[in-house]
Design a protein around this ligand. Structure first.
Ligand code: G6P
Length: 576
């Protein structure tokens, strides 16, 4: 996050960092420059609010500044490794997202007298540029040379304290610029700049900008001036507030009904053409491959299930493994599924596909995100901003999008808006039951979740939630696989959650297998059991998902864990 303009920079940056904290929250820092005292850098380990209490960021003076919230890659979590990083002479200070892969090789080529204060790859950028300046290279040339020299990924904002100028550089990691009434704001995504503008300039790879006196100029890597193209966006800033909820996660679970209705409306109006285009591309392709990470991968598995049911052969591949398994040709359609639209593993998978002539489509939540911009057709899931690291309403809307696509392929109407009211009823009728179960499972070390067919991806998703939020080891698996190994781990009292859409579902035999071994059997079903669920088989998977979300939430709450920002995780992972 960076700012230069009329206002106190620290206030704008602090506000932006709070919005960007979902990207990483192990350490953070802000640097500002003013006539007196000149450069001030405050940084440390911990979350932004804690650091603000320690450092009182608002007291930092100056109308230009930069800030960063970190998810550690190179170098442990420490004050020294937190950004911003400075050159030895303190003239340059910078923040960096991404990885400079050849940072060691660059360091070896620099003179010996640099004094390094961190273990990060990022610090090398400041020393490299400083050395160029000492050799009389103009700063703009030094930046272009750096971009030529550096391997890897970066979104960098550099503040030259001598001239009060910001330099913003991008390769692969997202970077966006907005013109506020009172200055220029830069951030890693729309959320950070949304309070100040409704138009955003998304940097393309290897572009950089020089920002001074509230104006900016955009260049390509060879220093040729570029015409900036701003894209309008509409983002509900208020909607991103927690309101009366204790946690964003609970708020976002409760927002599922309205998010589903918004999506249903959009797919039938503004996105109708894109939905039909995507369905046509699916029909025309000889191979359809979903690629995604985390929860979005589980939604992709649902996509595979529903497309197969609609007569389309499809597969889903974890994005980070894409290159190891895929042969893509001109008749391949790759559908990237990503909430943020910025996950680097997914971006790499789609670039690999494009290089081989494959077509790329996407299903994203964040408009204008990198993945959307790289797609020939893209559906937005219209879930609104999701703040909790673990996805809830965005997963649901990804799955609802898959249902809608499958219905389009079958040329059928599917009243997906109705799922909104059904989920509202699931929440209302089961909240007390889930809390009771949560108190029973609070001390569990392991939980197994069983599904088959359309509930298999949901079993995986519920298990992921149980790991992410209450930190319980959990496995989500196909019920039929249980007897091929995992059954050895089921003993007296082991919790096993089974997702049972119909009374005659084959999963009932797996339930009997675990019950015979003394498992604490939890049956999620509309037919008996401890929950009150409607018997609509088509939407059962989403009811079960909601039960799983609530269960993870209430177990974590009982354990007093940091629900919205679980340890070691980040919502948007823009490194590979
Ligand atoms: C991170 C998040 C997960 C998310 C995954 C994919 O690992 O912690 O919750 O599912 O990234 O993110 P995406 O934005 O591509 O859906």
């Amino acid at each position: 996050m960076a700012y230069t303009g009329d206002e106190d920079a620290a206030g704008v940056i602090l506000d932006g960092l709070k919005k960007l904290e979902y990207r990483g929250y192990d350490s953070a820092g802000i640097a500002t420059v003013s006539d007196n005292p000149g450069l001030t850098v405050k940084k440390g380990e911990g979350k932004i609010d804690e650091l603000d209490t320690t450092y009182d960021f608002g007291s930092m003076t100056g109308t230009s500044g930069i800030g960063h919230t970190r998810w550690a890659t190179h170098g442990g979590v420490s004050q020294a490794n937190a950004h911003p990083h400075t050159s030895c002479d303190d003239r340059l200070v910078l923040v960096h997202n991404g990885i400079i892969e050849n940072h060691k090789a660059i360091a070896e080529r620099l003179e010996d007298d640099h004094s390094y204060t961190s273990d990060t790859d990022s610090e090398i950028i400041a020393h490299y540029l400083e050395e160029q300046l000492h050799h009389g290279v103009p700063i703009q040339d030094a930046i272009e040379q750096f971009m030529e020299t550096a391997d890897g990924t970066f979104a960098i904002v550099l503040l030259d304290t001598e001239t009060d100028t910001l330099y913003a550089l991008k390769r692969k990691s997202p970077l966006v610029l907005g013109e506020a009434d009172h200055g220029i704001v830069l951030g890693s995504d729309l959320y950070a700049i949304a309070p100040y503008t409704d138009e955003a300039l998304f940097f393309e790879d290897d572009e950089y900008a020089i920002i001074q006196d509230e104006t900016f100029t955009l260049y390509d890597a060879d220093g040729r001036e570029q015409d900036p193209s701003f894209r309008p966006f509409d983002w509900d800033v208020e909607g991103a507030e927690k309101g009366s909820y204790d946690h964003y996660m609970l708020k976002e679970i409760n927002e599922q009904p309205q998010a589903i209705k918004r999506l249903a409306h959009s797919l039938g109006s503004t996105q109708e053409k894109a939905r039909e285009q995507l369905a046509q591309k699916i029909e025309d392709a000889s191979r359809v491959i979903f690629t995604a990470a985390g929860s979005s991968y589980h939604a992709s598995l649902m996509g595979v299930y529903h497309l197969q049911a609609a007569g389309i052969e499809a597969q889903a591949l974890i994005a980070s493994e894409f290159k190891n398994y895929e042969r893509v040709d001109e008749d391949t359609l790759v559908i990237a599924v990503s909430q943020s639209g910025e996950t680097m593993d997914v971006i790499e998978a789609i670039e690999y596909s494009k290089d081989r002539g494959g077509e790329v489509a996407s299903i994203v939540n964040v408009p204008h995100s990198t993945i959307q911009r790289k797609s020939s057709v893209s559906l937005e899931i219209c879930a609104g901003q999701e703040v909790c690291v673990a996805s809830t309403k965005t997963f649901t809307n990804q799955v609802v999008t898959m249902l809608s696509l499958a219905a389009t392929l079958r040329d059928e109407d599917h009243d997906i808006a109705a799922i909104g009211d059904e989920i509202a009823a699931v929440i209302e009728h089961n909240i007390d039951r889930v809390q009771t179960l949560a108190s029973e499972l609070e001390d569990a070390d392991d939980i197994y979740v069983l599904g088959r067919g359309s509930t298999y991806p949901i079993a995986r998703e519920i298990a992921l939630k149980l790991k992410e939020i209450p930190y319980i080891h959990a496995e989500g698996m196909m019920g039929g696989e249980l007897k091929h190994g995992t059954l050895a781990l089921i003993e007296d009292g082991t919790p096993v959650i089974s997702l049972i859409p119909t009374p005659d579902d084959p999963i009932e035999s797996n339930v009997e297998e675990v019950e015979a071994r003394g498992a604490h059997s939890i049956r999620v079903t509309p037919h008996g059991g401890q929950f009150d669920l409607e018997a609509n088989e088509d939407h059962f998977a989403l009811y079960a998902t909601t039960i799983g979300f609530l269960l993870s939430y209430y177990i974590a709450k009982a354990k007093d864990l940091p629900i919205d920002k679980p340890r070691n995780l980040a919502k948007s992972v823009t490194v590979t």
